[in-house]
Design a protein around this ligand. Structure first.
Ligand code: SAM
Ligand code: SF4
Ligand code: SF4
Length: 367
């Protein structure tokens, strides 16, 4: 897939076809890629740092005390992020997810939420703002985030068993504090809270049913995520993946389930509901049932690189345009060029050969 990626610096400065068109482009909505997938979601990583060391994301042996995180000057400022969000919204983006690293570590993140809450879609509706967090700071911040305009939150929690969770997060952080964060989010008025659980065979798969049982009837939706081969450091092996069909079978045995239709095209999680009406769960099957054909997500890294796939090996430097005096229309043109050239479908073509590629880490690109 390396040849499909055109770093913006190459394309703009070195190659024949300039990425920034000579005449400004005024975006008016839907932007389709080379596989007719329209841009809808934007994920923005606001920091590459994290206070956890989840083995599947930032293994402690790699992200140790000598690891070089980005200097603050490299990060997009809140004003730059807001500007990018406005430009992306003109291309049909309706939903923005703030992520990282751990996004609540970014100082005054609620101010950014407040700025993004003002961004409007091409249909003149507010862009939906959501955030994914490990919840370590959620109990403290939920009220301020909600007041700033955050409406939804996704919390990551890989086990209810305290010892299993403490080991998986690599920071000895207790389950009780994550649950307190979830409660605080609900009290602050954040709706349809989702709980992400990455399932790794032999590590936490025995926690699938307890997690389902705990959150059944709570109104919160647990999403069971297949362990993915993101980045180049998590030692991924296919044998460690628990396919979503197995997850569903294990829960269904205890609490009968029935499928639910997707709410919108490109929905990542396949939805299931408890037959007794006690709520819903989701499965994200990036490995066993790839959903590239409807993938409508763009990712903006912590330092302003645009990635058109989670498994990309390189990004396109939009920060160079932001800081290089280009107009919104010119940046809009660059985004249009990049998205229209996009043909990524990594999960569909995953193989021995592709799993050896040197990919970007998820903590940097944004999960
Ligand atoms: N730190 C925040 C958190 O953990 O919620 C946000 C960033 S994290 C990279 C976003 C999501 O990616 C989390 O739900 C995490 O569990 C998931 N994730 C990270 N590495 C993964 C992997 N190798 N496979 C599947 N999901 C992964
Ligand atoms: Fe941090 Fe989230 Fe990655 Fe865990 S999954 S190491 S909490 S960024
Ligand atoms: Fe989208 Fe890439 Fe994931 Fe496929 S592999 S669903 S194109 S991010």
């Amino acid at each position: 897939m390396t040849e499909r990626i055109i770093p913006i610096a190459d394309a703009h400065y070195n190659a024949g076809t300039p990425l920034v068109p000579a005449s400004p482009v005024l975006a008016t909505g839907k932007l389709a890629d080379a596989r007719a997938r329209t841009l809808r979601d934007l994920r923005i990583s606001v920091t590459d740092r994290c206070n956890f060391r989840c083995s599947y994301c930032m293994p402690p042996a790699v992200f140790d005390r000598n690891f070089q995180f980005l200097p603050h000057s490299s990060l997009l400022t809140f004003e730059e992020i807001e500007r990018m969000a406005r430009v992306f919204a003109t291309h049909g983006v309706e939903k923005i997810r703030i992520t990282g690293g751990e996004p609540l570590l970014r100082r005054n993140i609620e101010a950014l939420i407040g700025m993004l809450a003002q961004v409007r879609t091409v249909h003149d509706r507010p862009v939906e703002i959501t955030l994914t967090t490990n919840a370590t700071l959620l109990a403290r911040k939920a009220g301020a985030l909600a007041a700033a305009g955050l409406r939804r939150v996704t919390v990551s929690l890989d086990a209810l068993d305290d010892a299993v969770f403490r080991a998986m997060n690599g920071a000895d952080f207790p389950v009780a504090d994550v649950l307190a964060g979830i409660d605080a989010a609900a009290t602050a008025g954040l709706r349809s809270i989702k709980v992400n659980m990455v399932v790794k065979r032999g590590v936490n798969d025995h926690e699938i049913v307890p997690m389902a049982r705990h959150f059944r009837g709570s109104g919160h939706i647990v999403r069971f995520i297949e362990f993915m081969d993101v980045g180049a450091s998590n030692g991924w092996r296919l044998d460690d993946v628990v396919p979503s069909t197995e997850v569903i079978a294990r829960i269904d045995e205890q609490f009968p389930l029935e499928p639910v239709a997707a709410q919108y095209p490109g929905e990542v999680a396949r939805r299931w509901r408890y037959a007794d009406g006690s709520g819903e769960i989701g499965v994200i099957s990036s490995v066993s049932q790839p959903f590239c054909s409807s993938c409508n997500r763009a990712r903006l890294s912590t330092e302003g690189k645009l990635f058109t796939c989670l498994f990309a090996t390189a990004g396109h430097d939009l920060r160079a345009l932001l800081r290089g005096g280009y107009s919104d229309e010119q940046i809009s043109g660059a985004i249009s060029t990049l998205w229209s050239q996009r043909s990524d479908r990594y999960s569909e073509i995953r193989s021995e050969a592709t799993s050896g590629l040197r990919r970007i880490e998820m903590s940097y690109i944004g999960g």
